[in-house]
Design a protein around this ligand. Structure first.
Ligand SMILES: [Zn+2]
Length: 278
């Protein structure tokens, strides 16, 4: 009996070793040989870094505002059409009337959403400080405010309009409310970045990034890089200057694990409870 058991155990061990070897082989096969391009000088001051991120974000912010202004323009047009202040060949009985302001609301929504996406991209390139909580929220979610400006006046005017039929009002308000909800969902930054978070990792000597990515990696054998041949390397400050403002989550977790950092930091003492009670 004992012999059989040890035999089985040996068999199991051999099988496991074979499986591990196969896994290792396939992992090696997957690995891509990287080519490296070194970018940037070695040291950058925080001021220079923040000036660079501001410059990166500026075009996105300008285009966001242009689109938001266009959105409000389409809203005004929708209001003028709905209230018949602006009339083409169609009348209230004419289906063209309904189509005209619905088309304006759709264009309004497209402009608001694209504006919000550009605005959020700008914030990811040049994040705001977390010190002022209200300012930080407003900066990240300005798209929500713009969505409200782009649809609430239309909703109020449509509700209080005296000429339009009840049915038309219901269609107008329903369409604008749906647009308001969609615009709000796109306006919220669900994964905001703060300047403090960005600067926290801005002093690493060597990190890696790809041309198209939005993050930098602490390890060039990170799984997210296994399909990319061409890598750029440099300091994390250079990566940030190149628009890669966050560290990859996988690399961050790995770095924390390798440094064996405890989850809680020094300013949150946990081990004192036993001592203080005595
Ligand atoms: Zn990574």
């Amino acid at each position: 009996m004992a012999d059989k058991k040890s035999n089985d155990a040996a068999k199991d061990a051999a099988e496991r070793a074979l499986k591990a070897a196969a896994a290792k082989k396939s992992a090696e096969k997957k690995k891509v040989e990287h080519t490296y391009t070194h970018v940037g000088q070695e040291s950058v001051t925080t001021e220079d870094l923040l000036a660079a991120t501001k410059k990166n974000a500026l075009p996105y912010r300008i285009f966001a505002f242009i689109l938001w202004i266009l959105a409000i323009g389409f809203e005004v047009l929708a209001i003028l059409l709905f209230t018949l202040k602006l009339q083409f060949s169609f009348t209230m009985e004419n289906p063209g009337w309904t189509i005209s302001w619905i088309v304006c609301l759709v264009l309004d929504l497209i402009c608001v959403v694209v504006g919000s996406l550009l605005w959020k991209k700008g914030n990811h390139l040049d994040p705001g400080s977390k010190k002022n909580k209200v300012g930080f929220w407003l900066r990240n979610n300005l798209g929500v405010v713009m969505t409200a400006i782009a649809f609430l006046p239309f909703i109020i005017i449509a509700l209080t309009d005296k000429k339009a039929s009840k049915q038309s009002k219901i269609i107008a308000v329903a369409a604008a409310v749906v647009a308001l909800i969609i615009g709000t969902l796109f306006g919220i930054d669900w994964n905001p970045l703060s300047q403090e978070e960005m600067l926290e990792n801005a002093h690493i000597d060597t990190v890696y990034w790809t041309a198209s990515g939005t993050v930098y990696h602490a390890y060039d054998d990170c799984g997210h890089l296994s399909n990319t041949k061409e890598l750029f390397d440099g300091t994390s400050a250079t990566a940030i200057e190149n628009g890669k403002t966050r560290m990859c989550k996988t690399c961050e977790a790995r770095a924390a694990k390798e440094a064996e950092l405890p989850v809680t930091t020094d300013d949150k003492p946990l081990e004192t409870t036993a001592e203080t009670t005595e």
